[in-house]
Design a protein around this ligand. Structure first.
Ligand code: SF4
Ligand code: SF4
Length: 259
């Protein structure tokens, strides 16, 4: 989810859709374009996506990151983005695309659920934001010519996207803190940057860090949260979000304090 400033909004392509506004779209297997969109993509993966996918594939977050993602730092950014690596075939298909369709469908990423809507966070200042939704099907997408009428909430319900959208928004708020360079001279890939990346993208390694290092001797985590975090990746991710705020930006959080 992109952070957008008011002066950028007019430059972003796509039709802005408001909360109860109707739009027409229907994606189904009878369309000639079926699955054509699952290739050659810049498919951003957010922390919650990685949790759902690595659990679906029954592999660790370490292995998932190694095998399935590209990590890149864009010039105007101080935290790396994570993109799903397309296959090295001529068509550069998504690694999860099969002849029968998406092989990870029930745990597909937020971007795939929300497509062809793209969401962004419009910041009026550094703290207050509004979520904006842009209807941006590619030209070849025939679903945009179908007559099924939708609203944003109907589409999210249809795609079971509410939790994904909520988790992406939470991450978007943390990510927006990186509009300024917090790393001093060590850069985003320095020791602190690596720790912050682990806390949100490499959740299994972060669990070891919390429970098997001196972390709990140095930090106090709310007992009720800590108890669940041992087994629940999503709860652990919430700790990761709080820890980045506290450890990198020195922002007080309710769940983590210094001992
Ligand atoms: S191109 Fe559009 S209509 Fe076709 S499969 Fe993809 S999302 Fe559905
Ligand atoms: S994860 Fe599934 S829906 Fe998303 S691009 Fe890959 S095959 Fe398509």
């Amino acid at each position: 989810m992109k952070s957008i400033t008011p002066d950028q909004i007019i430059k972003i392509p796509g039709k802005r859709i408001k909360e109860n506004e109707k739009f027409h779209f229907h994606c189904h297997a009878e369309l000639a374009c079926f699955n054509k969109c699952c290739r050659n993509l810049n498919l951003f993966l957010y922390p919650y996506d990685v949790i759902k996918l690595k659990n679906h594939l029954n592999i660790s977050s370490d292995v998932f990151l190694d095998k399935y993602v590209d990590i890149l730092l864009r010039p105007d950014n101080f935290f790396p983005d994570v993109l799903l690596k397309m296959t090295e075939t001529d068509e550069k298909t998504c690694p999860f695309l099969t002849e029968k369709g998406c092989s990870v469908y029930i745990n597909r990423p937020d971007t795939c659920r929300t497509f062809p809507i793209e969401k962004g966070m419009l910041f009026n200042d550094n703290t207050n934001h509004t979520i904006i939704s842009l209807f941006r099907p590619p030209d070849f997408c025939l679903g945009q010519h179908e007559q099924k009428s939708l609203t944003l909430s109907k589409w999210a319900e249809d795609q079971q996207a509410f939790t994904y959208n909520k988790m992406t928004e939470k991450w978007g708020k943390i990510k927006s803190l990186f509009y300024k360079d917090p790393w001093n001279s060590e850069g985003a890939y320095g020791p602190k940057g690596k720790m912050a990346f682990m806390a949100v993208y490499n959740i299994d390694k972060f669990r070891n860090f919390i429970f098997k290092s001196t972390f709990l001797k140095r930090y106090k985590v709310k007992a009720s949260i800590l108890k669940k975090a041992g087994k629940d990746d999503t709860v652990l991710l919430a700790i990761g979000f709080s820890w980045i705020k506290f450890f990198i930006f020195n922002i007080k959080t309710k769940s983590i304090t210094l001992r």
